[in-house]
Design a protein around this ligand. Structure first.
Ligand code: HMG
Ligand code: MG
Length: 299
């Protein structure tokens, strides 16, 4: 049975835009986030404090955070890979939550954050504890949970081990990322079952990419296990700079349409989400990837 209510975590402004080659004007990012807030989203991942050489698109994160609307109950989490990133996050206003990001594949970990899985976990520990001492909430990501662009198959036991390590060090939630979108429903369910053996399902989120068109089916398969948090990106924005072939995140509009159709409450306004997706698609000069938004605009 599926949960009655799901929390949607919008990752478009970070995961979606980080891959864009042309630097997007900061005003466009602010307008996108304002439109997302207007749709009812309360958790909007806004940027990252990572090497600006590695991911130039996120170089304006500190400035962007200063321009975002302060709304009670609305959080703008940012990715932080190390203590230096945490310092930058603490120096800005409006950061109440950070996310550390690891992987279930050694090769991806090295390409993405330049260290092994175990090194990354050792690196995250002081970041998580210091962030919590400063009153921040910390989320953890595990990438490549259903496949790796360099190693292929990924062992669910490794996903479970990394997820357990992240919750053990104080992450309130661990988001399971199918970074390259190769997962299929039964595999996704078995992976989540392996994780649930070590981390209570209340602490898990699904972060699925739609590269192979499987994301909604995968989400449905895992909802039945009791997962209540889903990451998505409006207009299906995105990809990952260190995972070639990774196209967008599952579109928020598509996730919300499916959930509402199943009688699951999200607290979100689908029409406004479609407007936010249309706005950023126009700004990027291309059609959005959400099928629901296309149908919505045609109707
Ligand atoms: P490194 O080379 O091991 O670290 O990189 P370093 O300490 O030697 O620093 C290298 C350079 O980065 C230096 O600059 C540092 O100053 C700078 P240089 O001396 O060469 O001019 N630097 C920083 N700059 C800004 N902020 C910082 C910072 N730290 C160092 N915090 C590092 C390690 C992690 C920094 C690097 O690999 C990096 O920035 N990686 C970013 C990777 C990234 O952002 N990937 C995309 C997000 S993950 C994702 O999308 C997947 C996810 O969505 C889940 C899913 O889909 O499955 C989360
Ligand atoms: Mg992602």
């Amino acid at each position: 049975t599926c949960p009655p209510k799901v929390r949607v975590v919008e990752v478009g402004p970070r995961d979606g835009l980080q891959n864009e080659k042309a630097i997007i004007p900061i005003g466009t990012k602010v307008a996108l986030i304002e439109a997302l807030v207007a749709s009812g989203l309360t958790s909007i991942e806004a940027g990252s404090f990572v090497s600006t050489k590695w991911v130039p698109q996120m170089a304006d994160t500190a400035e962007l955070l200063g321009l975002l609307p302060a709304r009670p109950g609305v959080r703008y989490p940012v990715l932080v890979p190390n203590l230096r990133g945490l310092e930058q996050a603490l120096a800005t206003c409006r950061v109440e939550e950070i996310a550390v990001f690891g992987a279930a594949s050694e090769a991806f970990s090295r390409r993405n954050i330049n260290c092994s899985i175990d090194e990354s976990l050792r690196r995250f520990e002081p970041v998580v504890s210091s962030a919590r001492e400063h009153g921040l909430r910390v989320r953890g990501y595990v990438s490549c949970v259903l496949g790796c662009p360099y190693e292929g198959e990924v062992d669910a036991a490794v996903v479970a081990r990394v997820a357990a390590a992240l919750t053990g060090m104080g992450c309130y939630e661990v988001s399971l990322g199918d970074t390259i979108g190769t997962g299929t429903p039964l595999k996704a369910r078995r992976m989540v079952e392996a994780v649930v053996a070590k981390v209570p399902v209340e602490h898990l989120a699904l972060h699925f990419h739609d590269t192979y068109g499987q994301a909604l089916a995968n989400i449905f398969a895992c909802l039945e296990l009791g997962v209540t948090v889903i990451d998505s990106a409006v207009a299906g924005l995105g990809g990952c700079p260190y995972a070639s072939g990774a196209t967008g995140n599952v579109a928020t509009e598509d996730v919300v349409y499916m959930l509402h159709g199943m009688g699951i409450d999200t607290g979100l306004d689908l029409a406004r989400l479609c407007e936010a997706g249309a706005m950023i698609s126009t700004a990027l000069g291309r059609a959005g990837a959400s099928r629901v938004a296309q149908a919505f605009h045609a109707a």
